[in-house]
Design a protein. Structure first.
Length: 131
């Protein structure tokens, strides 16, 4: 499906979960190292787990719980999380718009990693989910 959301590197170390609260289908996940599961909450920080998936240890081991992950099979491409006023560091792009480091690709104005190739995060988003 076009327009699925991809979270990229600026989330690392920021992870304020603002995107979680605007997602209508709870498809934005956080890794829980104690259980090895990816979990999504109805409301960020509520502790009320909505959905879980098993994590692929090799893929999730790269960034662990320092970043959130969108399940691209569940994302409805509603566009809510990648509106400019949601992510404070502009880390979320639609899949087709993920910048690849070339000058022709447009970066979010608040993305502090402008110029970097973010395309790694497209595959990572898929690989971290083992089921
Ligand atoms: S709003 Fe941005 S920084 Fe915050 S958790 Fe979501 S992707 Fe990460
Ligand atoms: S585009 Fe919509 S459904 Fe997909 S992750 Fe963002 S808020 Fe959730």
């Amino acid at each position: 499906m076009s327009g699925v959301a991809i979270i990229t590197e600026a989330c690392i170390g920021t992870k304020d979960r603002a995107c979680v609260d605007v997602c209508p289908v709870q498809c934005i996940y956080e890794f829980d190292a104690t259980t090895g599961l990816l979990t999504s909450e109805e409301e960020a920080g509520s502790g009320e787990v909505e959905n879980t998936h098993t994590a692929n240890p090799d893929s999730v081991g790269i960034f662990g719980d320092s970043i959130l992950y969108v399940n691209t099979d569940e994302c409805t491409s509603c566009t809510a999380c990648y509106q400019p006023d949601v992510c404070p560091v502009g880390a979320i792009y639609s899949e087709e718009a993920v910048p690849d480091g070339t000058p022709r690709r447009k970066y979010n104005s608040s993305d502090p990693t402008t110029g970097n190739d973010h395309t790694f995060f497209i595959q990572l988003s898929r690989d971290v989910f083992a089921d």
